[in-house]
Design a protein around this ligand. Structure first.
Ligand SMILES: NC(=O)c1ccc[n+]([C@@H]2O[C@H](COP(=O)([O-])OP(=O)(O)OC[C@H]3O[C@@H](n4cnc5c(N)ncnc54)[C@H](O)[C@@H]3O)[C@@H](O)[C@H]2O)c1
Length: 269
């Protein structure tokens, strides 16, 4: 029997997942219900998906087997708490929000609830997970962003960096992952995914480069440890719906859902 899915957040990632599931493109999953804080958006989707709209997080979680969070970091903790209580699995896209949920992980394990974070917009997560079995000496994540992707960041303004004057690649931040999370809360999903995969925040450094020639983010990941040195580079293209979201993140979520409870050939860690 197909498992039912509820999608929280009907934006660039959520709307593609909804479309994919409603067209039965994943054999073992079907879309049951959706929820979004934006009433206008929700009524648009009500026209498309009929009665499948929920009016609260609680209602959505109670109706389904599997929850997909593709909304906002602030939704992650309440959604994970509800899922643990109701013993429902959850796929979290706003991975940065999971950094505030570490106290919930043992409870999830006890209730046999899966909290899944897809690789998202960065490659090399399989290598980080494998390396974490041995000793990781240092992880460096270098993110190149178009300067407009950094607009409104208080840290940039405090440092007196004028994004409009940047004509060549310019380092605007280098620090620990904890500092990156503090200063770039809207840009932390990739750093959060890497650090959760490594199971540590120690010895992990984030460098952010404002790169005027780019249309969207590029991530370079370097993992040094017992396993040797792994270097990956991910050149993303923007999602057609939200240019701030990398299309790879959308595809990665679809793939994670396709592999949910997978049997037969399973490739990669
Ligand atoms: N893991 C990754 O690599 C990765 C990559 C890109 C984006 N993301 C994250 O995934 C999430 C979704 O990204 P997106 O591009 O689809 O965003 P989006 O802005 O296109 O869509 C988000 C949707 O969630 C809704 N929403 C916001 N707050 C909500 C709330 N409290 N309750 C219910 N709905 C709410 C919004 O109205 C919107 O429709 C974001 O948090 C984003 O940071 C993760």
């Amino acid at each position: 029997m197909k498992k039912t899915v509820g999608v929280i957040g009907c934006g660039a990632i959520g709307s593609v997942i909804m479309d994919y599931l409603s067209k039965s493109k994943i054999e073992h999953l079907s879309l049951k219900t959706i929820y979004d804080i934006d009433e206008k958006k929700l009524s648009r989707f009500r026209d498309k998906y009929g009665d499948s709209v929920s009016s609260s997080l609680e209602e959505l979680v109670s109706k389904v087997d599997l929850v997909v969070e593709s909304a906002h970091v602030s939704v992650v903790r309440p959604a994970v708490e509800l899922c643990i209580k109701e013993r429902k699995d959850i796929l979290v896209l706003s991975v940065g929000g999971l950094l505030e949920c570490e106290d919930l992980f043992p409870r999830a394990e006890k209730n046999r609830v899966r909290i899944m974070a897809p690789s998202g917009a960065v490659s090399g997560i399989d290598a980080v997970k494998a390396a974490s079995i041995g000793k990781i000496k240092r992880i460096t994540l270098t993110t190149y962003k178009p300067p407009r992707g950094l607009e409104g960041v208080a840290y940039i303004e405090k440092k007196g960096i004028n994004l409009n004057l940047i004509r060549e690649d310019t380092e605007v931040f280098f620090g620990t992952v904890r500092e990156a999370v503090k200063h770039f809360p809207k840009n932390i999903n990739v750093a959060a995914t890497v650090s959760l995969a490594a199971g540590q925040m120690r010895n992990m450094y984030v460098r952010i480069i404002a790169s005027p020639l780019l249309a969207t983010n590029v991530h370079e990941l370097k993992v040094e440890g017992d396993q040797g040195i792994v270097i990956t580079r991910t050149e993303n293209v923007p999602s057609p719906i939200n240019p701030k979201t990398s299309f790879m993140a959308v595809l990665s979520a679809l793939r994670r859902l396709s592999d949910y409870e997978g049997h037969g050939l399973l490739v990669g860690t």
